[in-house]
Design a protein around this ligand. Sequence first.
Ligand code: AGP
Length: 611
Amino acid sequence: MCGIVGYIGNKEASPILIDGLKKLEYRGYDSAGIAVYHNESLQITKTKGRLVALEEKLQGNELTGSVGIGHTRWATHGAPSDVNSHPHGNSTQTIAVVHNGIIENYLTLKEELQADGVVFLSETDTEVAAHLVDLYYNQCGDLIDAVIKTMGRIEGSYALGVVCRDHPDLLVAARKDSPLIVGLGKGENFVASDIPAILQYTRDIYLLDDHEIAVVTRDDIKIINRNKEEVKKEIYKVTWDVAAAEKGGYEHFMLKEIFEQPKAVRDTLLPRLPQNKEEIVLDDIKLSQKELEKINKIYIVACGTAYYAGLIGKYLIERVGRIPVVAEVASEFRYRDPIMDENTLLILVSQSGETADTVAAMRRAKKAGARVLGVVNVVGSTIAREADDLLYTWAGPEIAVASTKAYSTQVVAMYLIACHIAMETGKMSTAEFIELRKELHTIPDKIDEILKQADKLKEYADHYMSSKNVFYIGRGLDFAVSMEGSLKLKEIAYVHSEPYAAGELKHGPIALIEDGTLVIGIVSQEELFDKTVSNLREVKARGAKILAIAQEGHTEIEKTADDVIYVPRTHWMFTPILANIPQQLFAYYMATGLGHDVDKPRNLAKSVTVE
Ligand code: AGP
């Protein structure tokens, strides 16, 4: 969602802010702006649209100065417009604020401020924060106290960056429920909502926790709590390379990340499956065998693609671990009254580790006494820090909004967790595990094999480009896979599509099948092959065109399907990770063929940090 960058140092702030914001473009945004201290005043330039529009506006009106804050906005309160863009200022423009998150009580605060004569320029919730900081600053004369008092008034989530005309040597940042980091430089320091924004300047960062305030000058960073007590923080060293967050010759981040999957899967898998041990090494899962044996119910909770990876986990854990599993989207889970106690395990799946609903689900489960296991990609993220047990998916930075390599590594995590549970509770023998491990080691090469068919998938995408409605159908694990395929097509190609359990079609949706409707049939599950093929025949009889994804050797599918993509044969548990790769490529080529910017799909954000 929104991006924040702050700079204080001896260089020109403006290019550093813009450059940092560019690195955050992948998060999704609709407007951008910066505020820079110059000549004893704060100069704010902001605009609706992309960063190029901001750069155009700045041409000839460059903001010179070495302290500033920048923001890319993803609209929540008020449409994308120049005036609703951040930074927002107080009435005298002596204070500028950027904000990620949602101020839930902003209307009450706004009315209160208006009653005191404050005039609001925008429709945003953020402007309230600017005026509150101003109000308290005028009362107490201390900017830090003013920010702390403002934090005390705000309900909701925030990552705040604040600069003030009276303090040209100070940058203040604070967070609650929205990510914020502080980068340590030499004679310069940084604030950002995500690492790529500042990675070219520093690898040493502080990860702010909720209710913490960073008091940042050129030569010093102090992290304090709301009582102004200093908080000792460890420096987190970023180990991944700047190149990992660059396109590296690919046309889009999404394509690069699709092709990175063999490596991402290897990195996630290999350290956990040492050849010399007959066990899965999950260092950050502290759940003992005894504790695991007491678990009588598992919830897998996540959003979007991460939820679809979680669905695979449900099928697998139930089948090999024999513990009942409910998989549910976090936005629903958090607002109903799920039955949880100390014998419940909640598995959260999240690439970013910051998704607002997933974080809320975690906190709710912890309150109810459940054990929480996070499957997370971003190191040091909120879920990574707050979960009781942790399994990192080592996918590396995923920049494209459409998740690809993160999904594959999340599915790997589900394999590891399901096998771990099954072995620890005596449902899987060592011999069975060794067989599975052998097969798991072949998966990265098998993904490579599928990627070699990219041209063929492009041909199919070109061929079916005019489709307006697409069905994805499958049974069992294939049904879970079909949901991810359908989501990918929707989010980047903007083509309406529906995933359906193949056997459920005739209970209604088959009425929508007409001449030429594209049905993508996932038939990678050996034991359900015939059943799904029967359902494919039913839609074919009603005029559908069928593109099937099947395991090598199942050539009889060609009698039913118009087109087929084959994936290498594997154990039934591991077909989802393979069957999904053609879906990613198909969606990618549909989207590029239709002329869409796949890395920045409309209305979407990479990390959904608001409800
Ligand atoms: C995937 O392509 C989507 N962009 C989206 O569904 C995403 O998976 C979801 O928002 C969850 O994000 P998370 O993994 O960071 O929690």
